[in-house]
Every structure is written in C-alpha cells, then in structure tokens.
Ligand binder design. Sequence first.
Ligand code: HEC
Ligand code: HEC
Ligand code: HEC
Ligand code: HEC
Ligand code: HEC
Ligand code: HEC
Length: 430
Amino acid sequence: MTISKYIINRFFLIILTLFTLSWFNTIAAQDADGKQLFISKCQSCHSGDMKTDMTGPPLFGVEGQWEDKAKLHEWIRNNQKLIASGYPQAVEVSKLKPTAMQTFPDLTDPQIDAILKYIDEKGSGKLDAAKGGGAGAAGAAATAGDSSQHPLLYGIITLILALAALILIFINKNLKKISDDTEGKKTPEAVPFFQNKIYLATAAILLFLVGGYFTTKAMINLNRQKDYEPRQPIFYSHKVHAGINQINCLYCHGNAWESKTAAIPSVNVCMNCHKTIQKYNGPELKDKNGNPIDGTAEIAKLYQYAGFDPQNPDAWDANKAKPIDWVKIHNLPDHVYFNHSQHVRVGNVQCQTCHGEITGMDEVHQFAELSMGWCINCHRQTKVNFNVDSTSGNQFYSIYEKFHNDIKSGKMDSVTVKDIGGLECQKCHY
Ligand code: HEC
Ligand code: HEC
Ligand code: HEC
Ligand code: HEC
Ligand code: HEC
Ligand code: HEC
C-alpha cells in the first residue's frame, strides 16, 4: 500500500471521528450551558441583552459588583435566605425592585458559573462578535434561535471535508495509474468512483442520515407555536391587571389550583370589577406594533359582550352576557395529558416558570416551547416537595418510605420528578 493511499484511508476515519465528535459536542454542550439556563430560568425577569431594565435589573457587570463570589452564588440560589441573614449587600439589592427574585435552590455551582459567564460574554458583546456580528439583533427570539444553527454549520463543514476527501481519492487514483503505467504494470480497468458500490452506499447512507435528521426535526416542530401572540377580541392586558393592579392569577384562573385546566374567566368575573371601573386611566397602552390602544374603548367592548349599559347599571341582567371568543394560545396535542393542579398545587411550580413573566405582558404570548423535551427536562431537574406537614408537600407516594431511607443513609441527596415516575410514557400520553 502506498503512503498516499494509507493517508487517504485514514482521512475517512478522521472525517468520521470529527463528524461524530461535533455531534457529541452539540449534545453535551446543552448540559451545563449557561445560555440555556439563563434563557429558561432568568430571562423572564432579566433582559436577554443584559443591559435593559426589566422586572429584574440588568445583569451585565454584576460579578464585579459582588466582592464575595460565594455570596453572589448564594444570592442566585436563594436570595430570600441571604436577605434574611442580614448580609448588607443583599439587603441593599433587595430594595432595587418592588418584586422579589425567584429562588433557584437546585442550581449547582458549575451551573451558576456557566450562567455568570454567559452574562458576561453576552453583555460585553463577545458572543455576537464571535458569530460574525450578524446576530447582534438582540432579543429573546434571536438568542433562542442561534443554538439551532450549530447542526447546520457542522453539516456544511462535513460536506466540505467529504468533498475534499473525494478529490484526494481521485488524485490518488490517477497518480497510482501513472506510476503503474511507468512501471509497465498492467492494471485492471479502474471502476469510476461513481460506479463504486462502497462509495455509492456511503453517500446514500450519509444522505439518508443528514436528510432524515433535518426532515424529522422540521416535522416535529410542525405544530409548535412558541411566541404565538394572536390578536384577541378585546385588548385585555395582563400587565394592567396582574402586574400594575396585582390581581392574583387565581382570581381569574382559579381552576388551575383545582383541576386539569386553568380555564379563562367568564364575562361575569370581569364585571365584578368593571361594573364600577368604566374608564381606563392607567399608563398608556400600545399593541405589539406600537399602535396606541384606548383602554376605555376596550372596556366598552366588554360591555357589548356583557350587555351592560353604563348609563343604567341597575338594569343589567348577568344572564344575557355573551361569552367573549378569546383565541386559545397554548395547545398541547390531544395525545398529551397535562394537569395544572398537579403542577401548581402539588408540585408548587410557579405559573411564571411555564408561562413567562405574564405580569409584564400586555397581550399574552406563548413563552415555552411545549415540546416533550421541555416537559422531560424539567422532570429530570425539579425536586419533589416532600416537605410533609398537613398543608403542603406531597404525601401520596408509596415509595416515599424508600426515598426517605435512601436520603437518610446518604444513597441519594434529593428526589426529582423523574424518580417518582415523571418520565414514564403513560403518565403523559393517554
Ligand atoms: C421572578 C423574576 C426573577 C427571576 C426569574 C430572576 N431574577 Fe434575578 N432579580 C430579580 C429582581 C426583582 C432583582 C432585584 C432584587 C430585588 O429587588 O429583590 C434581581 C436581582 C438579581 C441579582 C442582583 C443584581 C445586583 O445588582 O446585584 C442577580 C445577580 C440576579 N438577580 C441573578 C439572577 C439569575 C442568575 C437568575 C436566573 C437563574 C435570576 N436572577 C432570575 C428578579 C428575578
Ligand atoms: C382579571 C382576570 C385575569 C387575571 C388576574 C389573570 N388572567 Fe390570565 N387570562 C385572562 C383572560 C381573560 C385570558 C384570555 C385572553 C388572553 O389570552 O389574553 C387570559 C389568558 C391567559 C393565558 C393564555 C391562555 C391561552 O389561551 O393559552 C395565560 C397563560 C394566563 N392567562 C396566565 C395568567 C397568569 C400567570 C396570571 C397571573 C400572573 C394571570 N393569567 C392573571 C384573565 C386573567
Ligand atoms: C408546569 C407548567 C405549567 C404551570 C406551572 C402552569 N401552566 Fe398553565 N399551561 C401549561 C400548559 C402545558 C398549558 C397547555 C394545556 C393544554 O393545551 O392542554 C397551559 C395552559 C394554560 C391556560 C390556557 C387554558 C387551559 O387551561 O388550557 C391558562 C389560562 C393557564 N395555563 C394559566 C396558568 C396559571 C394561572 C398558572 C399558575 C397558577 C399556570 N398556568 C401554571 C403549563 C403550565
Ligand atoms: C379585580 C378587578 C378586575 C377584574 C376582575 C377585571 N378587571 Fe379589567 N381592569 C381593572 C382595573 C383596576 C383596571 C385599570 C383601571 C385604570 O387603571 O384606570 C382595568 C382595566 C381594564 C381594561 C383597560 C386596560 C386594558 O387592559 O386594555 C380592559 C379592556 C379591561 N380591564 C378588561 C377586563 C376584562 C375583559 C376582564 C375579565 C377577563 C377584566 N377586565 C377583569 C380591574 C379588573
Ligand atoms: C417547570 C417544571 C415542569 C414542567 C415544565 C413540566 N412539569 Fe410535570 N411535573 C413537575 C413537577 C414538580 C411534578 C411533581 C408533582 C408532584 O410532586 O407530584 C410534575 C408531575 C407531572 C406528572 C405526574 C407524574 C407522577 O408520576 O405523578 C405528569 C403526568 C406531568 N408532570 C406531566 C407534564 C407534562 C405533560 C408536561 C409538559 C407539557 C410537564 N409535566 C411539564 C414539573 C414540571
Ligand atoms: C413529561 C411528559 C411526557 C412523557 C413522560 C413522555 N412524553 Fe411523549 N410527548 C409529550 C409532549 C408534551 C408531546 C408533544 C410534543 C409536541 O407537540 O411537540 C409528546 C409527543 C410525543 C410523540 C409525538 C412526536 C412529537 O415529538 O411530537 C411521541 C411519539 C411520544 N411523545 C412518545 C413518547 C414515549 C415513547 C414516551 C416514553 C418513553 C414519552 N413520549 C414520554 C410529553 C411526554
């Protein structure tokens, strides 16, 4: 075997290794990925460009402001505890905003470090520069989107490498032929590479794999509608109601506490307040295109549905109200079972974790992907609240006894939803 042939044979192996490695890289990178963590856990309150003031303050440079790094970790994990301990900086920071920050007791130190690193890189523009400056368009959508570009990039690199390999093989063939000719050796008529069964088979398999990957991915995404924000019949603002006026979510979506669905309140629930609140005097409202909205006119639309005459409130007959045809935003496929009370009441999961910072949205948009991976990831990470007293916690699992003993003997240090069966297909699929 000539040396060039040897190298070319290895070349295929090298390409294959590179290709596999690059796949693993994309998969592994998702684990302690600061960006993923930031988007899923922090971005509902802290702006994605790290510089805009939102529910939470902008985070760029925050690492420098905290002298004691361990305390910063403590803050992110459980700010309430740190404030309660009287640590001066925590007390100071807690006065920044009227709302308190959520706690994240499950975040590990490496995860927090990854988040802080992402904050720094994103805020200083390093990430955007590394991407050729093209993706500077900021915003959650842009940040969420770019992770999906990696497979494409790797695909292109692989294609280029494969092309290079083919050219090399071709050159090698010709060189060999020339050398054989000069040595006067008789070689059998070479099979052109496009008739070579091995190459053809390899190409077909590769095409099948790559094509299959992208087709499947596109098909799976078919019915998903993250960020869906339809126009509603009335410009009803959650920011005005649940944010500025701090009306509890359960006042209108009380079903979420008790049943599978969270449900949308009926017109009569609106009228509890709007019999008397007939004008809107709050901050200026704008729709997502920036057009001004007249709140008072929107309340008048509500009266249309309710059949209510503000001039003559006593004549109102609640039975004549027509339902408002709100457009449903969140839609799981029919083959999935999702139960609100199981999460909100038993699991103690905040609405905002799944629906985003609703109190800051005028019209609601879909915050989460609602993919199977989204459900499963949370079930892998979220700890079950076994904190049993008569009012909270979950006392219903027979395996509880075993977990209790395992934790006691140090075999496990916490129990996730996965451990109680949250990854079993039939729990989520009818
Ligand atoms: C529910 C909204 C919310 C979420 C989610 C949230 N934060 Fe905060 N964060 C706040 C608020 C509000 C403050 C200001 C402190 C206060 O007023 O209590 C804050 C303050 C901070 C501070 C201190 C800022 C300073 O100037 O020192 C850091 C650091 C921080 N958040 C990091 C994070 C990280 C990291 C995450 C995600 C793991 C996160 N936050 C998720 C609302 C939130
Ligand atoms: C005063 C009543 C009221 C309050 C309070 C309220 N909502 Fe709503 N909510 C509605 C109405 C009406 C709709 C349907 C119109 C729309 O989608 O904006 C709705 C829609 C939603 C949707 C989208 C439903 C869909 O179609 O998929 C979510 C999610 C939601 N609310 C969550 C919340 C959360 C979280 C809170 C608390 C922070 C809250 N709501 C507080 C009345 C309320
Ligand atoms: C664990 C994630 C999760 C939590 C926590 C959660 N929701 Fe939902 N919510 C969903 C999903 C998923 C859907 C879509 C359900 C469907 O299509 O069957 C949904 C749908 C809704 C809807 C549309 C109507 C319906 O019932 O389908 C409203 C309104 C709503 N949620 C409000 C809330 C409120 C208010 C809270 C807090 C009290 C809350 N959600 C907590 C995941 C969650
Ligand atoms: C608990 C009391 C309460 C309930 C229930 C309530 N609202 Fe309101 N609503 C208010 C308050 C307070 C304002 C703000 C008034 C102001 O700032 O001048 C408001 C403002 C509005 C506005 C004008 C601002 C905007 O969001 O566009 C509309 C429209 C409106 N409400 C519709 C509704 C509808 C529809 C429902 C039922 C789903 C409802 N409200 C339920 C208290 C309530
Ligand atoms: C933010 C985290 C989170 C997300 C997202 C989430 N879940 Fe859960 N889920 C939980 C928690 C916590 C529990 C455990 C409640 C308990 O203590 O029993 C749970 C329990 C369940 C259970 C009962 C499991 C059992 O063994 O009893 C089902 C079924 C379920 N979830 C379905 C879903 C589906 C379907 C989705 C996606 C549409 C989803 N969940 C998304 C946190 C989440
Ligand atoms: C925690 C809840 C949960 C568990 C456990 C779960 N699924 Fe799913 N599954 C979902 C959700 C939500 C969807 C809808 C995803 C979408 O619409 O994109 C889904 C969709 C699917 C689909 C349709 C393809 C797709 O991605 O849309 C198949 C097939 C499927 N699941 C199979 C399984 C199998 C097999 C298991 C057991 C190993 C399982 N699921 C366990 C929540 C779950």
